[in-house]
Write a protein that binds this ligand. Structure first.
Ligand SMILES: Cc1cc2nc3c(=O)[nH]c(=O)nc-3n(C[C@H](O)[C@H](O)[C@H](O)COP(=O)(O)OP(=O)(O)OC[C@H]3O[C@@H](n4cnc5c(N)ncnc54)[C@H](O)[C@@H]3O)c2cc1C
Length: 587
């Protein structure tokens, strides 16, 4: 039975023991416990799939390699007792558009999940003392933009109206498994302005920004949290503001979503075992029938093994000849993106910013100072350069909106840099231990430059994680990357994780994949998790697929349809669908 308790979730103990992967062994597995589905990893995505499968009546087991479930949705007392820091994610924005939340499919509120919507949304402080604060009230944000350019404020308003008219299309594409509905291109073709949007989306964020806005501060205001790949094609949509922008955070911390999902799963008969790093897939007669853990224990899956293991590791968990060459090549060319460096502080005061008529105390702050700095971010990433001068930082102080996160009057401050390099020049990953304190200090100084009120005497304790620590805390964060892999056109939609293998089925029969390496990618979206559940629950009948398109977001898995999904007849149907999907374009 699971040992997971509220206390277990918030304790930061044993965060840094690595998950080791060893060579293949031959094990006697006949006496291993049997389940319908064995799920490897307890991130929010695999927990979501697990919940839907358990709800449908399957006997499911989740094996988590770490001492706590949650993966990138974990909250822990990293500094001092009573200070609850989000180890990775804090913002749960995209998941709000997932039918899981939008239609309240799992009623996670009954299991303790509650969202807080911080206001303001973001504060961007410029070196000359000017600033833009983005508010939940869209008109108020437009007024902020109008301080520097009335024309930009009007454009901001027009662009938000235009973009919001197609956001639903993007949601439908993100929250539908590949091949189970129309592609983005097909959906846009049905929109009155679809052709225009195809062009805009294919453009770069930078092109859209500088074609539309005149004041540099307006452009910078569209860049937080990070100006990633802003000159790359297919980043155009992210240049568009929204009237509904929000930065929801779970009350009590990011880990509350994992806790609620775990509770739901267990209430529906599921089991979670922690400290169970899976090292090997058990394959018999060409089919994945279970897994073996580092401690030698093994677990059999009569219907399916569902993995959230990073695909870079997954291919090492079964003999090479079981993976087709094109799959291996797809994994080799999968770009995991930049690594991250994180510092957490327990403080006696939050960062405060002077604004007209007083001060503002936001939850989210960006220190992007100019377009030039943002553009350099990209070239530094491309060159694999890591600098501590002028770092681009996302500062998050969740306790400002949620007093349960710290003792009365105290605060949790996190400083995130998504521009770190895992394999450092002159020493490789091993050098991180040597330079960690220096990097954390440089980041703190950069924060203090924009928020001088956070003097050293206001800091009670600190805790930093280098890319190496992040990977050790969660093997799915390959080389310290945040989002499992970049989401450019080469690995989006039908290309994720590997062209031809985007429908959650892996090349070894019986093995399924979810998590950030699958569509629609990383972040706390729940998309890969729910999509995997939909894919498992589908019986491949065209009629059912059509019905789902008519009623996007509404689906039901029954034990019988799940069975058929896991059956060999269904596998044949899926193979045909997969071939169709791999032939389809980016979507
Ligand atoms: C510092 C940081 C800040 C971030 N901030 C945000 C944010 O604010 N908003 C946002 O949307 N996203 C954010 N992200 C990204 C987000 O956390 C991830 O994209 C998301 O958590 C991925 O969820 P997942 O369920 O796919 O996998 P994960 O959360 O990575 O979970 C995978 C789980 O599988 C387990 N596992 C892996 N391999 C094995 C194995 N072999 N055996 C057993 N268990 C295994 C891991 O231990 C882990 O628990 C951030 C990431 C980082 C690193």
């Amino acid at each position: 039975m699971s040992e997971i308790t509220r206390r277990g979730f918030v304790k930061g103990a044993a965060l840094v023991a690595p998950l080791a992967f060893t060579r293949f062994t031959v094990t006697q597995t006949s006496s291993a416990p049997h389940y319908d589905v064995v799920i490897v990893g307890a991130g929010h995505n695999s927990l979501i799939t697990a919940c839907y499968l358990a709800k449908a009546g399957f006997k499911c087991l989740v094996l988590e390699g770490r001492p706590m479930a949650g993966g990138g949705t974990k909250t822990a007392e990293l500094t001092l007792s009573g200070f609850h820091h989000d180890v990775c994610s804090s913002i749960h924005a995209s998941i709000q558009s997932n039918p899981l939340m939008r239609n309240n499919e799992l009623k996670l509120g009954d299991y303790g999940l509650e969202y807080i919507y911080p206001d303001p949304i973001y504060h961007i402080a410029f070196p000359d003392g000017s600033y833009i604060t983005k508010w939940r009230d869209f008109d108020r944000t437009c007024e902020e933009v109008a301080k520097y350019s009335k024309k930009d404020a009007e454009t901001w308003r027009r662009m938000a109206t235009e973009a919001d008219s197609i956001r639903e299309i993007l949601n439908e594409v993100n929250f539908t498994p590949i091949g189970f509905g129309k592609s983005l291109g097909e959906r846009l073709a049905e929109h009155p302005k679809g052709k225009l949007w195809q062009r805009r989306m294919a453009m770069s964020k930078w092109d859209i920004l500088h074609q539309n806005f005149e004041d540099e501060r307006t452009m910078v205001a569209m860049m937080p949290p990070f100006p990633k790949l802003i000159t790359a094609p297919y980043t155009g949509f992210s240049a568009y503001p929204s009237k509904k922008e929000d930065v929801p955070q779970p009350k009590g911390g990011s880990g509350m979503i994992a806790l609620a999902l775990s509770r739901y799963f267990e209430a529906h008969g599921g089991e979670i075992l922690v400290n169970k790093p899976v090292e090997r897939l058990i394959v018999e007669n060409g089919r994945c029938v279970g897994v073996e853990c580092a401690d030698g224990s093994s677990y059999r899956a009569d219907k399916a093994v569902l993995s959230t293991v990073h695909i870079k590791q997954l291919v090492n968990m079964a003999p090479r000849d079981l993976w087709p060459e094109d799959f291996i090549e797809g994994v080799k060319t999968f770009d995991t993106g930049a690594a991250s460096f994180n510092s957490h502080f327990a403080t006696t005061e939050p960062l405060k910013f002077p604004v007209k008529g007083g001060t503002v105390v936001p939850v989210h702050i960006s220190n992007i100072q100019s377009c030039k700095r943002a553009l350099r971010f990209e070239s530094e990433l491309a060159l694999g350069e890591f600098h501590v001068e002028e770092p681009v930082l996302h500062i998050v102080q969740c306790s400002v909106a949620d007093p349960t996160r710290a003792p009365a009057g105290m605060h949790t401050v996190r400083v995130l840099c998504e521009q770190a390099v895992y394999d450092l020049p002159d020493g490789g990953p091993g050098r991180w231990e040597e330079i960690k304190a220096e990097v954390a200090e440089a980041h703190l100084r950069a924060v203090q430059r924009i928020a001088p009120n956070l003097t050293d005497d206001k800091i009670l304790a600190r805790f930093s994680t280098s890319p190496v620590d992040i990977e050790q805390m969660n093997a799915a964060m390959w080389h310290g990357s945040c989002h499992s892999g970049t989401d450019g056109p080469a690995q989006a939609g039908a290309m994720r994780p590997v062209p031809g293998w985007s429908q959650h089925r892996m090349p070894i029969p019986g093995l399924y994949q979810t998590g950030g390496t699958t569509h629609p990618g990383g972040g706390v979206t729940g998309g890969p998790g729910r999509n995997a559940a939909v894919a498992c629950g589908d019986n491949s009948s065209q009629l059912q697929i059509q019905a789902r398109e008519d009623r996007p977001g509404i689906f039901k898995i029954s034990r019988s349809t799940c069975r058929s999904r896991f059956s060999s007849a269904n596998r044949r149907a899926c193979t045909a669908r997969r071939k169709r999907s791999s032939a389809s374009s980016h979507g």
